[in-house]
Write a protein that binds this ligand. Sequence first.
Ligand SMILES: [Cu+2]
Length: 257
Amino acid sequence: MRRHVIAAVAVWVVLTAIGETLALADLYPTVGSSEAEDFDRIFRILIVMGMPVFTFVIAVLFYCVIRFGSFGKPSEDGPAYRGAGLGPRVWLAVTGSLALTVMIFPGLTGLAELQPDKSGYGWGESNAELVVRVVGFRWSWTMEYADAGVTVSTAQGKELVLPVDTHVKFEIESTDVIHSFWIPAFRMKIDALPGRTTHMTVKTTALGRFEDDDAYRVQCAELCGLDHSTMTFPVRVVPRAEFEQWLQSQKPAATAQ
Ligand SMILES: [Cu+2]
């Protein structure tokens, strides 16, 4: 018995080392907002905590299958394991504590951080420096820079241009069915609902554009019909001065000249 325990533990340790290395490796999509940094950190914490539990189950399962499996030969059932004794209690205590811990941190603490502004339906702070009104419809989006009186849509071959290092608040609506407004580089997503405005605020932290990196795109993330997968919109994050220039060039008076 002792030999089997040592062998299974060795498999567990090796699998855990591989899993934790992968969890901490930089295998994540482009990070383009401070929220993305938070979410990636939270994701890593959850993976790092969950990995030993996952690899324990895998190690015991595979060790037992390989070492004790009868592989087609007829065999009798082993003696029933009644679940008494130290093993199950330790297992319950460890996994129960881990589950409770992640519910509080990063669960509840993360939620409180993400939703300091309880007004309306949405995520993020109310300290927006730029407001973009987003309308989703089958099967595209329009973006309205309300303060500047500028509206862009894919029909015009435009893109969602945002200034870097800026809190941007998106106010999101739908004209038909439920869509979901998602920008992978920002790791933030919220439903676009007909008859209700939702919002989310992100702080852009890195320059980027769709041509170089498809994490810089709006993508509908709620199955909404035939062309759901094409319901995308390119995003470009630029320095603030360039943004102001771009916004001026998009104003109706400027484009009419
Ligand atoms: Cu969709």
